[in-house]
Structures are given as C-alpha cells and as structure tokens.
Design a protein around this ligand. Structure first.
Ligand SMILES: O=C[C@H](O)[C@H](O)[C@H](O)COP(=O)(O)O
Length: 262
C-alpha cells in the first residue's frame, strides 16, 4: 500500500514541515528525515498498555524518542519497553520509558526496529550495529514486528547491497569459526572478516562476543538452509538474517510511505 505525503499528518509531524509537493521550492529529504518519517508512522501502531520491543539503531532511535514524547505528553500510558541493546536501554531510561525484560514479559505486543536490508519477501538482514542477538530474542517474542526503513534498504536478495551479513561468534578461536563460515558460502564468493571498532580492536557485542561479517558476491540460495547451516557451526551464536519474522515493513521514500504486510 502506498500512502501519499498529503494524506499523512504523522509524516509532517515527524519533519515539522510541509510535504515536498506542497512547498514552493522542492524539499530535499535526507536519509535521516526518511528514517524519522517511517519511525513516526510505526509509532501510530502503539497503544496504551502495550509491552513493546524497543529496537536499536539510527532509525529505531526516532521511534524510541517518539514513544518517550507521547508518554510525556500523556498521549500514551502504561507502556512497558523491552530494549534490544544497552544503548537503547540507556536512551529509554533517559526518556522515562518504563522498562522490563523477557524473563518478566515473555510475550510482547509489538516491536519496532530498523533493518539493514529488506528483501521482497520481508526477510531482513540486521545487526550491522552489532545488536542482532538481543534483537532476535526480543523480536521473536512479539505478536507484531514492525520494521522501519528508508527506501535505500530494499534489496533484491539478502546480501545484495554489497554490505555484510553479520554473524555473532564466541571470541574463542574466532578465526576457526570465520573460516568455517567463509567455506560454507564459497560458491557465493564469500569473504569473512572480523569486525573491528573505531580503535581497530575487535568489536565486542553487548553479550561479550565478536562479530564476523560475511560479504557475498551473489545470492546465497535458500535462506532457511543457509540459516540452519550457519547455526550448526560450533562457535556461532546467532546470525543477522531475520527470516519470516517481520509482520509489517514501513518504507519511507522520496514519494511517500509504503506499508507492506506479511
Ligand atoms: O545492530 C543493529 C540493528 O540491527 C539495526 O536495527 C540495523 O543495523 C539498522 O540500523 P539503522 O537504522 O541505523 O540503519
């Protein structure tokens, strides 16, 4: 379903501006504007009393901020947030969003999160920010999982953006695990690289693990088969393919919002 700019008050509220076609000079929307528009649209699905999965990353940050704002304004009440990373937990606390965890709330009403890639079947790659494990645990426990992206995240097949498929691995003998991963997808020209932080040290996840990024030159074939094969490698904890998990994807683009439902 495509939604025109002029019909969507929430989009305008996200930007505090007129829709592009109504302004005297054409407005150029930045990628961050589009992320914010998608996030605000997703927050329209939030109702008072919900247990909410709070995503991680530059797109879901806008959703978390918006939820905090609506709580402050008294337009939402009795929300319980389940954060998917330490970063999101800290942000939610600073916004006064009440928090809990999966131990106390094993079923969530709704989660809102960004993605790195979305394929035509609403399969996702997530985790380029390193938060894939907690995200998959929380978002796998949701009745509804709304994904928010700008249109640059749409791909024909997972891995198709030329960017990485992240895999969280135990630090112990990570090279051994990385080699096994690379060999698994050698037909797709896979190169496995340990992710480093800004200081050139191994990037450490919230769970104390490393990330091996897989770069492929072509389609890796059946995604469920690939997923099972990755998870069978001892040393792998989880990967960033989120297959058949998204129930709705909200895509913000220059021409408006598109909503895709499973
Ligand atoms: O680990 C990071 C998460 O999976 C993010 O949701 C994903 O990388 C998308 O992030 P962003 O909204 O910053 O593009």
């Amino acid at each position: 379903m495509a939604v025109a700019w002029s019909e969507k008050a929430s989009s305008m509220e996200a930007l505090s501006m007129s829709p592009p076609h109504m302004s005297s000079s054409p407005a150029i929307l930045s990628q961050d504007d589009l992320k914010k528009i998608a996030a605000y649209k997703a927050v329209e699905f939030v109702e008072s009393g919900m247990v909410l999965g709070l995503g991680t990353g530059s797109t879901s940050k806008h959703a978390v901020d918006r939820i905090g704002e609506l709580l402050r304004q008294g337009k939402l009440n009795n929300i319980v947030g389940i954060p998917t990373s330490i970063e999101t937990r800290e942000r939610a606390i600073s916004l006064g969003i009440p928090l809990s965890d999966l131990d106390n709330h094993p079923t969530l009403d709704l989660a809102i999160d960004g993605a790195d890639e979305v394929d035509p079947y609403l399969n996702l790659i997530k985790g380029r920010g390193g938060s894939l494990l907690r995200e998959k645990m929380v978002e796998g426990a949701c009745k509804k999982f709304v994904v928010i992206v700008d249109e640059s995240k749409l791909v024909k097949y997972l891995g198709g953006s030329g960017l990485a498929l992240p895999v969280e691995v135990v630090p112990f003998c990570w090279k051994f695990t990385a080699n096994k991963l690379q060999n698994l997808f050698q037909d797709s020209g896979c190169v496995a690289k340990l992710r480093n932080d800004r200081k050139g040290q191994p990037f450490v996840t919230d769970n104390g693990n490393y990330i091996v990024d897989l770069y492929v030159k072509k389609d890796i074939g059946d995604l469920q088969v690939a997923s099972d094969a990755i998870l069978r490698i001892t040393g792998v904890i989880e990967h960033g393919m989120f297959l058949d998990m998204a129930t709705t994807v909200i895509i913000a683009g220059e021409l408006g919002i598109t909503i895709k439902n499973k």
